[in-house]
Design a protein around this ligand. Structure first.
Ligand SMILES: [Ca+2]
Length: 257
């Protein structure tokens, strides 16, 4: 399955969000802030990053790009929070957008060295990938959005972590959804044009799928993206008899701890 091709919107759900309040520095005598961020910084802004998208969802904030911070004290980072699909609270890990000519952009031909990097543009209308989110995600969701903006959640899965070398999830588990998506994609290894981590002994699935880098359990047909399956109807899922076309957003979402 060519998972990168598209259909993934990875969102991180921040279940046990800390308060995320970083603006508790006392004001100086003249009322200005003596140190630290402004006291009225909006939650989710760079000066007051939220702990997770779920925290922002609880605060009633809509789907958009926000600033978040992880539990390790790393510098704040930006994420697109999906607040409508499947309960909201999801951070976008990967988004794949169909091009006007029907193909998936070659953006997805990234290498093993880029597996934990942020690539693309952080917007639902753009290809996007942020592998670093895999390091803090606990719950994942594969989402398809067709050309009529109809949304389908292919699968929801959990993991306790990921091996950053193999990109294999630790203790992966299917919560609900398509078993084949879970088995052949989420719970499988990770392949790139220069890293054959898939379970298929005969070849490198990533290379077969035009070097699309993603999780693969085997080189099975999946006509979303640049894999050139026949018939060439890019964006059409032909295996699960779902005539769903990918538009945007499509991707994997995960929840952050
Ligand atoms: Ca292989």
């Amino acid at each position: 399955m060519n998972s990168a091709a598209g259909l993934r919107l990875s969102m991180l759900l921040a279940a046990a969000a800390a308060c995320g309040k970083v603006n508790d520095m006392p004001p100086s005598v003249d009322g200005s802030i003596s140190d630290g961020p402004p006291i009225d910084a909006v939650l989710g802004s760079q000066n007051n990053p939220a702990r997770t998208c779920a925290e922002l969802h609880v605060a009633g904030l809509p789907s958009a790009v926000y600033w978040l911070h992880d539990a390790k004290g790393d510098p704040p980072f930006q994420a697109y929070c999906e607040q409508d699909i499947n309960g909201g609270g999801w951070a976008m890990v990967e988004n794949s957008v169909r091009r006007a000519d029907g193909a998936t952009a070659t953006f997805w031909q990234f290498t093993y060295a880029d597996r934990l990097r942020q690539l693309g543009t952080l917007a639902v209308g753009q290809n996007y990938y942020n592998g670093s989110l895999y390091l803090i995600g606990t719950e994942y969701m594969d989402v398809f959005v067709d050309l009529q903006d109809k949304t389908a959640v292919a699968a929801v899965m959990t993991a306790t972590g990921i091996n950053p070398s193999t990109m294999q999830f630790t203790m992966p588990k299917l919560t609900v959804g398509d078993t084949s998506v879970y088995t052949n994609q989420f719970a499988s290894g990770w392949s790139a044009q220069d890293f054959d981590g898939d379970a298929d002994a005969a070849g490198n699935c990533s290379t077969m799928f035009s070097n699309v880098a993603q999780h693969y359990g085997g080189c099975w047909a999946y006509n979303l993206g640049s894999d050139a399956d026949a018939p060439v109807l890019d964006g059409l899922v032909i295996e699960r008899e779902r005539s769903m076309r990918r538009n945007l957003p499509s991707g994997v979402a995960m929840r952050l701890t």
